[in-house]
Design a protein around this ligand. Structure first.
Ligand code: C5P
Length: 215
């Protein structure tokens, strides 16, 4: 069984998707981590992000592996490093690369093959797994998402103003909702959960109920 959980940055997808996978004893796939790892590889190599051909060529040579919830770039575990703000700021160009999207979507289907899995991202329900048994789209207002992000960052010792967070988030929302292929959207048959007024426990319960409804 495939459960897809899509939604915008800061909607709480990752933590909910992980918890859902734990509760159901399903595998878990964080597809954003794949785009992040490629972005990190290109940043490290000093590739010019305005040079689409160079990006495409270099991104195509990077070796990615997803293993036990860790992401490996050319054999190195980069699961923590990919969370850096520089990676988030640069990722839009990488996520726009069509050959890369095709390759990563194929990898995602391979990882999911024959498994019970929760996959999380932007395009999972609408494009990568159109036949998934259960599709959830988690969303929340920009303000709620920014406030949650601010709290998360402050727990790691990073203090940013709401305006700084909103600026970066709006930029990413725009990139994510307007790309030609793989854009952020709810699949027609996805169930949309607005998490504005819900605690994370309530979101978890809501998603589990949706899944149990199709089991
Ligand atoms: O979910 P996360 O914030 O880690 O995703 C980072 C970025 O990766 C997104 O803003 C988007 O540009 C890209 N992405 C994507 N398709 C996915 C997952 C992530 O384009 N399935």
């Amino acid at each position: 069984m495939i459960v897809t959980i899509d939604g915008p940055a800061g909607a709480g997808k990752s933590s909910i998707a992980r918890q859902v996978a734990d509760r159901l004893a399903f595998d878990f796939l964080d597809t954003g981590a794949m785009y992040r790892a490629v972005t990190l590889g290109c940043l490290r190599a000093g590739i010019d992000f305005d040079d689409v051909d160079a990006l495409e060529q270099f991104a195509g040579c990077l070796e990615l592996r997803w293993d036990d919830q860790r992401i490996f770039l050319n054999g190195e575990d980069v699961s923590e490093e990919i969370r850096q703000p520089e990676v988030s700021a640069a990722i839009g160009r990488i996520a726009d690369l069509l050959p890369l999207r095709t390759r990563l979507s194929e990898m995602q289907r391979q990882v999911a093959e024959g498994k019970d899995i929760v996959t999380e991202g932007r395009d999972q329900g609408a494009e990568v797994f159109p036949d998934a048994e259960c599709k959830v789209f988690l969303t929340a207002s920009p303000q709620t998402r920014a406030r949650r992000r601010q709290l998360q960052l402050s727990e790691t010792g990073v203090d940013l103003s709401i305006d700084e967070i909103l600026d970066a988030q709006n930029k990413r929302d725009l990139e994510d909702t307007t790309r030609d292929v793989g854009r952020l959207r709810a699949a027609d048959d996805a169930i949309v959960v607005n998490t504005d007024c819900l605690s994370s426990d309530e979101v978890l319960q809501a998603v589990l109920e949706i899944i149990h409804g199709v089991l």
